[in-house]
Design a protein around this ligand. Structure first.
Ligand code: SAH
Length: 392
């Protein structure tokens, strides 16, 4: 096996179990590892410190284990089994009302570069590193084995998540099975999952708990679900007894999906209308009829350089909501950009509130759910931030 030798002193973060080796920490590489190959990492003194997937780029090794163990079939099986046991222990798996959950959340499950979402009998596997792409069949076998009787289909969806330069020629498709049944259930509500073309793995599984909270606040309210995508927040609001629900997204495809999903749960319900329109245009032209507004925009900043513009985006967006929301209204506002910290986001929302001159209280501070765990040694894994605000 190829060996990565670190520069003197560069093992410190690994000693604290941070799962990445940056290229600048490497003294030299013994052998010529292919991208995605497993390499052993040694300190300058020649001591074993980690084993992981090698990749060309600023993160050179993504650590799979801090124990000197083989990365074989038994390894994958163990890791997937631990992840599945945790989901059962917290009640998101093995729950008759909920068959939608994240089974593997990258570093949060000690499997950097790997995301697996489960939708009923189908698992969608997504590789974010070359190593996980190379090992996709091992991963799929482990999932099929650990989840026998639950997962019967495995769809591989990594066309847009792998580094372009690696030129892996990957294609999306089923690795196992091939079901066309794409209706899944979250907290008793049904929705279609578009594995083939949908964003992420087809659904935003990370908003489950926040949608459930929204349901509690929906009774008799007029709801605007801005950036609705597949309409998750909309059908929870309807179940919660909302007076009316308007869903908005700039993508016509998203609006179709939202309408289908609302129809699946509340056929013919006249309370819901969906609009394919740009968020800023809609917020400008809308009146002041809403007393519950959800703002769940796409990541405004994917890289550090874009941070300033992103914060300005959050400020402008939230300012519009503060300007128009009815007195006594509730605002659910989110950021899913990893580079925007909790404090950055709060400051942007506070500034927007101050601009409106309204009195605003924080009711809840939200984050990602427990099936998207944060590895305590990898705080960068915390990405979803939300505030629930009461606007006088
Ligand atoms: N709230 C959703 C996820 C939102 S993802 C859920 O719970 O599933 C972000 C969505 O914002 C995408 O569907 C995208 O089409 C939409 N979007 C991006 N830019 C937009 C814009 N300028 N105006 C309105 N929608 C936009």
């Amino acid at each position: 096996m190829n060996i990565v030798h670190l520069k003197k002193g560069k093992e410190e973060s690994l000693k604290r179990f941070h799962p990445w080796v940056f290229s600048g920490a490497i003294h030299h590489i013994q052998g010529e590892p292919e991208e995605g190959e497993v390499v052993r990492v040694l300190t300058a003194d020649g001591q074993f410190i980690a084993v992981g997937h090698y990749q060309i780029g600023s993160i050179a090794v993504r650590v799979l284990s801090f124990v000197d163990e083989p990365i074989d079939e038994a390894f994958w099986h163990r890791r997937i089994a631990v992840a599945y046991d945790m989901r059962r222990a917290i009640g998101v798996a093995g729950n008759p009302l909920n068959n939608t959950y994240r089974l593997v959340h990258g570093e949060g499950d000690n499997l950097p570069g790997l995301v697996i979402d489960v939708y009923g009998s189908t698992a969608v596997v997504q590789a974010h590193s070359v190593g996980m792409h190379v090992y996709r069949h091992e991963v799929a076998r482990a999932v099929a084995d650990v989840m026998k009787g639950v997962v019967e289909n495995i769809y591989y969806k990594s066309e847009t998540t792998l580094p372009f330069k690696a030129d892996l020629g990957q294609e999306n498709g089923f690795i196992l099975g091939g079901s066309a049944d794409n209706v899944a259930m979250e907290n008793g509500l049904k929705f279609h999952v578009d594995w083939l073309k949908g964003q992420k793995t087809g659904f935003f599984v990370d908003q489950r708990e926040n949608r459930a909270l929204l349901e509690r606040y929906s009774k008799d309210r007029s709801v605007l679900n801005m950036f609705c995508y597949t309409g998750g927040f909309s059908f929870y609001a309807m179940r919660g007894g909302a007076k009316l629900v308007h869903s908005v997204d700039s993508s016509a495809k998203a609006i179709d999906l939202t309408n289908q999903n609302v129809e699946l749960n509340f056929p013919g319900d006249p309370r819901h209308t969906a609009y394919a329109e740009d968020a800023f245009k809609y917020l400008d032209r809308m009146g002041d009829q809403y007393d519950l507004i959800i703002l769940d925009p796409p990541a405004f900043a994917k890289h550090k350089d874009a941070l300033r513009n992103a914060l300005q985006g959050y400020r402008k967006l939230n300012a519009k909501a503060f300007e128009k929301i009815k007195p006594g209204g509730i605002l659910f506002t989110f950021s899913c950009s990893q580079v925007v910290t909790k404090d950055n986001f709060r400051t942007a929302v506070f500034t927007a509130a101050a601009m409106s001159g309204r009195s605003v209280r924080i009711l809840h501070q939200l984050t990602q759910p427990a099936d998207h765990p944060v590895n305590i040694y990898h705080p960068e894994g915390e990405y979803l931030k939300g505030l629930v605000l009461y606007v006088e």
